[in-house]
Design a protein around this ligand. Sequence first.
Ligand code: PMP
Length: 419
Amino acid sequence: ATNGQATNGQPAAAPRVRPAGIALFDKVKAYDIPAKIKAAGVWTYFRALESAQDPEVYIDGKKLVMLGSNNYLGLTNDPRVKEAAIDAVRRYGTGCAGSRLLNGTMKIHEELEEKLADFMGKQAAVTFSTGFQVNLGTISCLLDRRDIVYLDKQDHACIIDGARLGLGEIRKFRHNSPADLRRMMQADEASDAGKGGGKLVVVDGVYSMEGDICPLPEIVDICKDYGAAVMVDDAHGIGVLGDGRGTSRHFGVDDDVQLIMGTFSKSMASVGGFVCGDRETMDFVKHRARTNMFSAAPSPANVAAASIAVDIMKTEPERREKLWKNTQFMLAGFRALGFDTADSNTPVIPVVVGEDFTAFAMATRLHQEGVFVNAVVSPATPPGRALLRTSYMATHEESHLSFALDKFAKVGREFGVIA
Ligand code: PMP
């Protein structure tokens, strides 16, 4: 009697259909972009591009100089990379229809893993469908109950989430502060915390928002003192630093970094990710990382694109050289204009502007002037330290960059960010 009418002389039953998730969806109803930003019409997220990730992009038919892409080597629209992806689709089809563990492994996955291991100077590599899944799955499967993981406070979200999914304890040290890490490890040793367990330190090689490099030699030194393993997320370092092999190669500490992860979504012109290290650990990760075991293998097109991107990284150092030339040009240009570029010394250059609203409003004005930049606000930055994240490609020409600097000068003055 779900219609509430009495049957057989019994009292009417309470209605069985209750509105779904009243409290659950309260937050959905309450969710809105901040009123000031909404009223000013300066929300710059989810802009839809009508073209590839090139130095010039089109939005609503309007041409903009792209200073917001992670396509560092400019390969996402390279004819050779596109052709390789198309070939892979012809041979292997559009999807893998299963996880690596079961039916999803194709010859090209194995070939790419061997190529990546060889390129990175490690025994083995495991590919995943995204970089996010690499960290989520790898870090969590390595952390047992007595283990401790030490994270830099600015580590990427997927490192933090991977650590949270693991069973170990989490410590967070001050950003790029080896001294703070040492203090924590000392304290743990003195208090017998994690006794009998292992220690893992996870850092970004290049921090994704402010483009500063991790002081890896000091971190490695501390880890040696305390018997900790080191994992570097080199999403923004591979293809860019150290002959393209990333941050640990840049500092010459490869042999003291046990695990390196990379993504295909930046220099490698694709989507997916990998982790590399010694054979035994990679075998464990392959069999235990849940984001690998229970998720479909990276698609043939993505694998083929990443694979040829590695070949190109190896054989065309001039791309990296051009990327660095562009980076130096922009760092010098911003500083000459009086902008605060924080501690960046990589192709990720932040322009610190202050309040969240200023970042959105400036990004909108730059968009109107023909420059695409990303507004980065709290909680991704500390409050009052909102920034415009700019990033560079090997395919930018000086004309693009000069144009962008002129527009930055104009808009920066409008907002009183520079004099
Ligand atoms: N690590 C870092 C430092 C990143 O910046 C990103 C992507 N923004 C990831 C991991 C995740 O990579 P993916 O985009 O392949 O999921």
